[in-house]
Design a protein around this ligand. Structure first.
Ligand code: FDA
Length: 307
């Protein structure tokens, strides 16, 4: 992995750096570019704006690695309140939620996290939308896929996420690529050792295409999460080759990343879903975005010193 990327991902775990970034006034403008705000009202405003532009959303209440039950409960309550509000505002057709199991208590107790996820799924079903389980670092891949299987027994529409940088992912996709199975395919955003993840970006991209083919061939509802223009072009060709109709797959991109491309695809009639994070715990998320792209880091550093 690129040393700069490793450094920023290490900073994502560092509490002292988090405090410095959080209290530096200039960091706000960068946070605002990638994060919808801190409250439900903030995120609802963004969902409505995206919907007006023909874009769907998946909403992430920021927070990961919950280490006590009370915090896990606060996360569940936040999702329940969010789903309630989406329903009340008539936005449930446009927005689903993305949930990190670690925020729901996964590292504390698998069963607790699954029970919490069930509660979020029940609320989502009631308001007519869906849930996707974000995929975190490789220490929880097995546990997350096991939780997914448990949840899908009751809620078959729960979305999975697979990461093409992981060597294991092609095999996981073979299991998940069944008709109507909702699967988000992304490259992967965590620091992983070479035994677990391809160190070479070219291999990550090749694996992305192999996994995309498997999802399209297997009849899954594929959710292609990437900003990579080369991959978007390859995907368009693969979708045509497999004779996939619009509405049987979608593109996904992050809030604040390539917004023009999001609108271009939507204007062509594609379903495009924007991943919209909100909440007070934006630090780890922001660091992963900065690690992905040196231009983002330059923008960030410039905004810190230009105050
Ligand atoms: P990559 O970062 O390799 O960039 C490829 C190219 O895309 C660049 O060369 C550039 O041309 C273009 N590009 C990228 N960023 C740009 C920018 N800011 N501005 C302009 N062009 C840009 N990860 C994870 O581990 N678990 C998860 O659950 C999720 N969930 C998720 C949901 C959604 C909707 C998305 C889009 C992504 C995720 N991710 C994720 C993150 C994902 O794994 C990955 O880290 C990022 O999407 C970056 O990878 P890209 O595919 O965009 O390519």
């Amino acid at each position: 992995m690129n040393p700069l990327r490793s450094l920023i991902l290490a900073a994502a775990e560092n509490d002292a750096i988090r405090r410095v970034v959080a209290t530096t006034p200039g960091s706000r403008s960068v946070v605002d570019r990638f994060v919808a705000g801190e409250t439900i009202t903030d995120v609802v405003r963004v969902v409505r704006r995206l919907a007006d532009d023909g874009l769907c959303s998946t909403l992430d209440y920021l927070g990961e690695d919950t280490h006590d039950k009370a915090q896990a409960e606060r996360v569940v309550q936040a999702y329940l309140a969010l789903l309630d509000r989406l329903h009340a505002e008539g936005l449930a057709d446009h927005a689903e939620v993305s949930v990190k199991l670690s925020a729901a208590g996964q590292r504390l107790d698998h069963d607790l996290a699954v029970r919490n996820a069930h509660r979020i799924c029940a609320a989502a079903e009631q308001c007519g939308t869906t849930v996707t389980l974000d995929m975190e670092d490789s220490s929880v891949t097995d546990d997350t896929l096991a939780a997914l299987a448990e949840l899908r027994r009751t809620w078959p529409w729960v979305g999975a996420v697979v990461q093409s940088y992981l060597r294991r992912t092609e095999a996981d996709v073979a299991d998940l690529a069944t008709p109507d199975s909702r699967v988000r395919l992304c490259k992967g955003a965590y620091a992983e050792p070479p035994e677990v993840a391809f160190p070479d970006q070219h291999d990550v991209d090749l694996n992305y295409v192999r996994c995309a083919n498997a999802l399209l061939a297997g009849g899954a509802y594929a959710m292609f999460a990437t900003h990579d223009p080369r991959l978007v072009a390859v995907l368009a060709e693969r979708i045509r080759w497999y004779g996939r109709k619009r509405g049987s797959y979608e593109y996904q991109m992050l809030y604040g990343v390539r917004p023009d491309e999001q609108r271009r695809l939507a204007a062509e009639g594609e379903t495009v879903r924007v991943y919209v994070p909100y909440g007070e715990q934006w630090y780890g998320y922001l660091m992963r975005r900065l690690a992905e792209r040196p231009a983002n880091l330059t923008f960030f550093l410039r905004s810190l010193v230009s105050r």
